[in-house]
Design a protein around this ligand. Structure first.
Ligand code: HEM
Length: 527
């Protein structure tokens, strides 16, 4: 009862809450094989350590607590909740999860920051992600979404290189804006999504207050054999809000986990975050009339060519009890689709299907769908054995198909479209979307100034030849933008120079720590 009179946030009181719910120890401590621990085994100095199974259990398990972190989106958090259908969309899809107003489907959602490592900052100017796994009656539907409505590129061949260039330098082990701008200027298709990130959309004010976009154009199929092409949008019911670079830096100096804390505290105190799920729609007929490529993940659909249909609400109402079990081990895969949603048809999505399977096989093992958080509500397969977890391993059911002994059988989906749309894409790209973003999506001059300042800030540490190329690209996109970034860059550089010329304060006049300086044997790197 010690905290009844004090207002602690849910994050602060997690351990106290545990104790409150368990007035006595939760049981006897056991060794890994179940033998109860005798208190004399808990201290090992001056004892026979080799025969102490508790010590061996401890030493031989602690290093194995680590698994590889995600190659991207490593810093994340998650929660459970539900999705509720609020509108009849049976005209567009026969997917069970989106049919029946009032129907609720459980979900697990993971949020993350695109290029931060596991211990990194929530507040980095970065792509934020929101991955939603719907546990539907027809299998898991995963909608992997990002905080901006366009993706950086459309050829999956580029993904490794952008991941490398946006990540830590192989020698300095630091994020490197030179490699960042180098690849952006060599592949200017990145410019559009980069512009979104440099604007107020680059640092939302927490995961609760950001919108999220699966970006791909999904094919939907109706019961009547019609096909629709849609872009889903999750719109936060709290309203989008952002942090300026200065605000984010100030918070970051005190709290790298600001988004994580905000989400946990909100859910823990009953203020459940929620999003409306809607879709922008083009019918097959409309699709043929538009004068742009509606499958291009690097561009927006043009206003006036589509209409928007509400589907339902996503609510997060339960914090996870164990982060590793339910968030770290979660495996979202854009290939996890359900009947009625044939899914994206662009080339990037084909690449993704392979990447996600491969990365999760590596990170979690090839039985990752048998880990509790990834398990569908119903599942019967011919997959057997392998690295645990294998769960019941389908017990004694026939393990080959076809068989005449009543193993699981396929069904006939009468509504499944008989033909998949074939899309031919071009490698050509246009700088017009970036120009449009600067002139029309940035709604006023104040936002444009913040955008320019953010670009300038990231250009200052870049090596000069790459800066020149970045300037050229910005001028090509918009002359006015190019000029303003150039002017801002020169001022910032001069300020940095002035700072570098200032005499550094003396920090340590002498030291007592023994040093190898002057030692006759000097180490040198023979390689
Ligand atoms: C070829 C293109 C892409 C590649 C190679 C790629 C690669 C990856 C990888 C390796 C992960 C880590 C997955 C894990 O370890 O479980 C990841 C996470 C993620 N990606 Fe992608 N991605 C691509 C495109 C996209 C697109 C287009 C979107 C959405 C618009 C997206 C959204 C996400 C999200 C939301 C996560 C976080 C999943 C989680 O929280 O576990 N990705 N991506």
């Amino acid at each position: 009862n010690e905290y009844y009179n004090v207002t602690y946030e849910p994050v602060q009181r997690q351990l106290l809450d545990f104790k409150k719910h368990h007035p006595r120890p939760i049981g006897l401590w056991t060794k890994n094989a179940g033998e109860p621990v005798d208190i004399r085994d808990t201290i090992t100095i001056n004892s026979d350590q080799f025969s102490n199974q508790l010590l061996i259990d401890t030493i031989s398990t602690v290093a194995g607590e680590r698994i590889p972190e995600r190659v991207v989106t490593a810093k994340g958090t998650g929660a459970f909740g539900y999705f509720e259908v609020t509108h009849d969309v049976s005209k567009y899809t026969y997917a069970d999860v989106f049919n029946g107003v009032g129907k609720k489907t459980p979900v697990v959602v993971r949020f993350a920051s695109g290029f931060q490592n596991k211990g990194g900052s929530d507040l980095a100017r970065d792509l934020k992600t929101m991955a939603v796994k719907f546990y539907t009656q027809e299998g898991n539907l995963d909608l992997l979404s990002i905080s901006i409505p366009v993706f950086a590129f459309r050829d999956p061949m580029l993904s490794r290189d952008i991941t490398h260039a946006f990540n830590r330098n192989p020698q300095t082990n630091m994020y490197d804006f030179t490699s960042f701008y180098d690849i952006v200027t060599l592949r200017p298709i990145f410019a559009h999504s980069l512009f979104w990130l440099m604007s107020d959309y680059g640092i939302p004010n927490g995961y609760r207050k950001m919108d999220a976009f699966p970006v791909h154009t999904y094919e939907l199929a109706s019961k009547h054999g019609e096909k629709y092409y849609v872009r889903f949008n999750f719109r936060t019911e709290l309203g989008f809000s952002y942090l300026t670079t200065a605000e984010a830096a100030a918070i970051q100096s005190l709290d790298l986990d600001y988004f994580t804390r905000d989400l946990y505290n909100a859910i823990g105190s009953g203020q459940y975050p929620s999003w409306k799920l809607e879709m922008d729609v083009l019918s097959l007929h409309d699709l043929k009339k538009v004068d742009y490529n509606p499958f291009d993940v690097t561009t927006l659909w043009k206003n006036g060519t589509f209409y928007t249909v509400p589907i339902g609400r996503l609510v997060l109402n339960r914090n996870v009890k164990n982060h590793f079990r339910d968030v770290e081990q979660a495996a979202y895969n854009p290939g996890n689709l359900v009947p009625g949603i044939p899914g994206p048809v662009d080339y990037l999505s084909c690449g993704e299907r392979m990447y996600y399977r491969d990365t999760q096989n590596y990170r979690l093992g090839r039985n990752h769908n048998k880990i509790s958080v990834n398990m569908p509500l119903y599942e019967k397969t011919y997959v057997r054995d392998g690295t645990p977890p294998t769960n019941l391993n389908m017990k004694n059911a026939p393990n080959y198909y076809p068989n005449s002994f009543h193993g699981p059988v396929p069904y006939v989906d009468e509504h499944r479209p008989w033909k998949k749309l074939k899309v031919l894409e071009t490698n050509a790209f246009d700088l017009e979307p970036a120009w449009y973003f600067y002139n029309y999506i940035l709604e006023d001059e104040a936002h444009r100034l913040r955008f320019i300042a953010n670009i300038v800030l990231t250009l200052v540490p870049v090596t000069p030849p790459v800066v020149q190329r970045a300037m050229k690209l910005l001028h090509l996109i918009d002359q006015d933008l190019g000029e303003r970034v150039k002017a801002g860059y020169e001022v910032a550089l001069a300020a940095q120079q002035a700072l570098a010329n200032a005499t550094p304060a003396e920090t340590m006049s002498f030291r007592r720590v023994p040093s190898a300086e002057g030692h006759p044997i000097q180490m040198s790197d023979p390689r």
